[in-house]
Design a protein around this ligand. Structure first.
Ligand code: C2E
Ligand code: CA
Ligand code: CA
Ligand code: CA
Length: 275
């Protein structure tokens, strides 16, 4: 019996060890990828629902690995586990500010850029300090930066995060609450957040044509947003039918494959300049 147990322990150790080696390898790979600038920003424009003209773009991370483009679903969680996410996101913020500055100096037009920031980054002092420094030395650009956050951010310390967002908003940054409707928060709780925009989750957009309950939920979200003076954007718009419903509900902005897919940076600015 003792031997049996021993075997089990050995097996367990071996398994743990393999897991450890495996995660260490991934960590090493990601670190190298980061150093080699393999994490690149893609951009997906979003449009005004009335005019359908571009009002901004969301930065969506891609891993450009040996000519292959890997979507964030495959690596974001590993970046979070290895605590590299903050470094990658800071680099994106830095890059966006640089590009916007560059364009301004050439008298080219710019648009607001929405950047996804992980709750993990937002609770890191190192990240916040770097972020603050970047924004403080680019004060004129703060109003062109929209940070997309998720409700999960507020779970641990509502007060702290609330204060943090309030202080960042003083710099001129805007906040958009991503994946709205998929979390746990009550409307009351949301009404206390210093946010500017609510991003209606893709699952609502997907079902709004077929499901009366979803339709009335989106209506409720919209009137709630109006009440609080918040903008609304719907993500994942793929067809004319969804477009017409969302227009009818007066959702302010729309994003989705019907208009534009995420594209590399050169394509995005070319599109915007030829516009
Ligand atoms: P998200 O922020 O909710 O982004 C929307 C996702 O929906 C994107 O997937 C986008 O490509 C996709 N999408 C846009 N329009 C349509 C459409 O019409 N139909 C469908 N089916 N999908 C559409 P993507 O680029 O794969 O990003 C997935 C997630 O990865 C993002 O979800 C976001 O949570 C995360 N992510 C991306 N970049 C970053 C980043 O820099 N930092 C962090 N923390 N997360 C990021
Ligand atoms: Ca987002
Ligand atoms: Ca989303
Ligand atoms: Ca999402």
């Amino acid at each position: 019996e003792g031997q049996q147990l021993n075997k089990k322990i050995n097996f367990f150790d071996k398994f743990q060890e393999e897991k450890l080696v495996h995660s260490f390898n991934i960590f090493k790979k990601l670190h190298e990828a980061f150093k080699n600038n393999e994490f690149v920003p893609f951009f997906q424009p979003y449009v005004d629902s009335k005019t359908l003209s571009i009002e901004g773009a969301e930065l969506l991370l891609r891993w450009q690995k040996d000519g292959e483009i890997i979507p964030p679903g495959k690596f974001i969680h590993v970046l979070e586990h290895s605590h590299l996410i903050g470094d990658v996101e800071i680099k994106m913020v830095e890059h966006v500010l640089e590009v916007l500055n560059n364009r301004l100096s050439k008298k080219l037009k710019i648009v607001p850029i929405s950047i996804n920031i992980s709750p993990l980054s937002f609770s890191s002092d190192v990240f916040l300090e770097k972020f603050n420094t970047l924004l403080s030395s680019n004060k004129n650009l703060a109003k062109y930066i929209i940070i997309e956050i998720v409700e999960r951010l507020f779970i641990n310390d509502f007060e702290k995060m609330n204060n943090l967002l309030t202080s960042l908003k003083e710099l001129g940054i805007q906040f958009s609450l991503d994946d709205f409707g998929t979390g746990y928060s009550s409307l009351n709780y949301i009404s206390n957040l210093p946010i500017d925009k609510i991003k209606i989750d893709i699952t609502f957009t997907r079902n709004i044509e077929f499901d009366k309950k979803v339709l009335s939920l989106v209506k409720t979200i919209k009137s709630f947003a109006d009440e609080l003076g918040l903008k609304t954007i719907a993500e994942g718009v793929e067809n004319e039918n969804q477009l017409n419903i969302l227009k009818r509900l007066k959702i302010n902005q729309l994003q989705g494959y019907l208009f534009y897919k995420p594209m590399d940076e050169i394509s995005f600015w070319n599109l915007f300049d030829s516009y």
